[in-house]
Design a protein around this ligand. Structure first.
Ligand SMILES: *Cc1c(COP(=O)(O)O)cnc(C)c1O
Length: 232
């Protein structure tokens, strides 16, 4: 009987395929695949599927909700102490303490009040959590992120006023636009601010993101399959 595939085998094969595509694209554009961190976006997916990815050697994971991560990750972490956890979803100021306690990197620093709170919490917990500033490259009113015209001033304030460790920039291009324009735009903002890390590219466009210098790609469905819609 065929047709029933163990999720473990599926995840392992999908991961291998994504890694091969990263390597191939890097070869094409003359980049070192080691310079592209694959973040497996495991939001909504069960601990079993995440374990399958861990067993296949995956170590960087992305989640978009603090509460869901608090439920899933402490026990997973116990089995894989070297796993690195990235927060890729919006962060409410009242969850800052939990986020600093749990995540290694925050990709969604998107407003001054949050920078202030993150700085406070890092000091309180004695942690230096690296952050990416999310830029709203498409200037979409419903989307989080710093307006591109405010980016330089915000990054400067993160460095001098709040002393938040800024590692790079992150964007989520508008759905119906050519992502390449947004990736190039983000790269330019990073460059003029002396930032070398770019968190950009998802299942549908990570190869294009690699062309434009992505150092962190956030890939969910291409690894774990389709997601159930998240309840609020
Ligand atoms: C869910 C999510 C991803 C992964 O999306 P896929 O299309 O499933 O690869 C990447 N980045 C962010 C910010 C997300 O919320």
């Amino acid at each position: 009987m065929s047709g029933i595939t163990a999720p473990e085998a599926e995840v392992e094969a999908a991961l291998a395929s994504v890694r091969a595509r990263i390597a191939s694209r890097c070869r094409t554009v003359g980049r070192d695949p080691q310079d592209v961190t694959l973040i497996a976006v495991s939001k909504t997916h069960s601990a079993e599927r995440i374990c399958a990815a861990l067993a296949a050697g995956q170590r960087h994971f992305g989640e978009n909700r603090v509460q869901e991560s608090q439920a899933k990750w402490p026990s997973l972490r116990a089995t894989a102490p070297d796993a690195t956890l990235h927060l890729i979803g919006p962060l409410q100021t009242n969850k800052t303490a939990d986020a600093i306690a749990l995540f290694d990197t925050i990709h969604t620093l998107d407003r001054p009040r949050l920078a202030e709170k993150l700085a406070e919490e890092m000091l309180r917990q004695g942690r230096r959590t690296s952050c990416f500033v999310q830029i709203n490259t498409g200037r979409e009113p419903q989307k989080a992120g710093i307006d591109p015209s405010d980016a330089d001033a915000f990054i400067a304030a993160c460095r001098t006023t709040w002393n938040v460790p800024i590692e790079g920039l992150m964007c989520i291009p508008p759905v119906n636009e050519n992502p390449a324009l947004h990736f190039a735009f983000l790269r330019d903002i990073a460059k003029r601010n002396g930032l070398s890390r770019l968190s950009m590219g998802m299942s549908d466009d990570f190869e294009t993101a690699i062309d434009f210098g992505a150092t962190h790609i956030r890939v969910g469905s291409a690894i774990f399959g389709a997601r159930e819609v998240q309840a609020d």
